[in-house]
Design a protein around this ligand. Structure first.
Ligand code: RP5
Ligand code: MG
Ligand code: MG
Length: 276
């Protein structure tokens, strides 16, 4: 697989600069004697919010890496990761940044990404074909943190399942459930349960997320929920929580999306034998 690139972008969110890591020395097995990553953990992470681990470098901690640690899953989809000087090592290699950056967990930070799709249709309801293949659309949100379009995914909170997280994040970011009345919330839940009945996992593993560091990284399960009927006609998309906008976006190879989200929507297009 190609080396991570977004996890090496020079400017980290907030302005900190990563040390440069060229393609040939991304791998930990490549010699890089002068490697000197910038050390950065965001103040918000160090302020000990519920979603963050303790700073294992300055405090006593008993984190169980490569294991399910109470309510926190510290296992990786990429296999057993190495622990070097007490710290997990990014399985995809160097990033130019040590510490946790903006991520709460040392090692894998687990997320879930709902790839909600439907066929693109003209006014009469006919599928639109490009080069003989139907075009798939997916629900995209515009992230407030960096303005990039993305899948409305989010972190799996301690004790939560992936399937609950998929529904929760879609409700919050694409349907603004956070600001809905109790009655409307129930309605949204029913609609989401209907659509999220049978999903197909299109990706499971490491995400090339710009927040990744040498010691903390994103992993996700991306699940496709395809509406082949008309469940969606009752859906009202409305951006909420970390999302500033929401819309249906046609899937093709010209897309630019956050982190490795292009790979996930491409996998969904392939699954449905759609245009790419
Ligand atoms: C990405 O970050 C994942 O693929 C997921 O979409 C997202 C989770 O983080 P937040 O949206 O909660 O910031 O790596
Ligand atoms: Mg969210
Ligand atoms: Mg999110």
């Amino acid at each position: 697989s190609k080396p991570h690139t977004k996890a090496r972008e020079e400017t980290y969110q907030g302005g900190v600069k990563r040390a440069a890591v060229s393609d040939s020395v991304v791998s930990w097995s490549a010699d890089f004697p002068n490697y000197s990553p910038t050390d950065y953990t965001a103040p918000v992470v160090l302020s000990k919010p519920a979603w963050a681990d303790v700073d294992v470098r300055t405090e006593k901690a008993d984190l169980k890496f490569n294991a399910v640690d109470g309510a926190v899953d510290r296992t990786s989809f990429e296999g057993t990761y190495q622990i070097v000087d007490g710290l997990p090592r990014n399985p995809k290699g160097r990033t130019g940044l040590a510490g946790r950056g903006l991520l709460g967990r040392w090692g894998p930070n687990h997320a879930a990404d709902p790839v909600v799709t439907r066929w693109q249709r003209d006014e009469s309801g006919k599928q639109i074909l490009v080069d003989g293949k139907p075009v798939l659309e997916f629900v995209a949100i515009k992230r407030k943190d960096n303005g990039q379009w993305a899948i409305p995914g989010g972190m799996v909170e301690p004790g939560d399942t992936v399937s609950a997280t998929l529904k929760k994040e879609f409700g919050e970011e694409a349907m603004n459930s956070v600001e809905a009345s109790e009655e409307r919330k129930k309605e949204l839940e029913t609609q989401i349960d209907q659509l999220f009945g049978n999903g197909v996992t299109v990706f499971k593993g490491y995400v090339d997320d710009p927040r990744n560091t040498d010691n903390a990284w994103m992993e996700t399960v991306a699940v496709n929920f395809h509406d082949d009927t008309t469940v969606f006609e009752a859906f009202k998309l409305q951006a909420g929580d970390d999302a500033g906008a929401v819309k249906w976006v046609a899937i093709d190879q010209s897309l630019a999306l956050y982190a490795s989200h292009v790979d996930f929507v491409q996998a969904a297009a392939k699954l449905h034998n759609a245009h790419w």
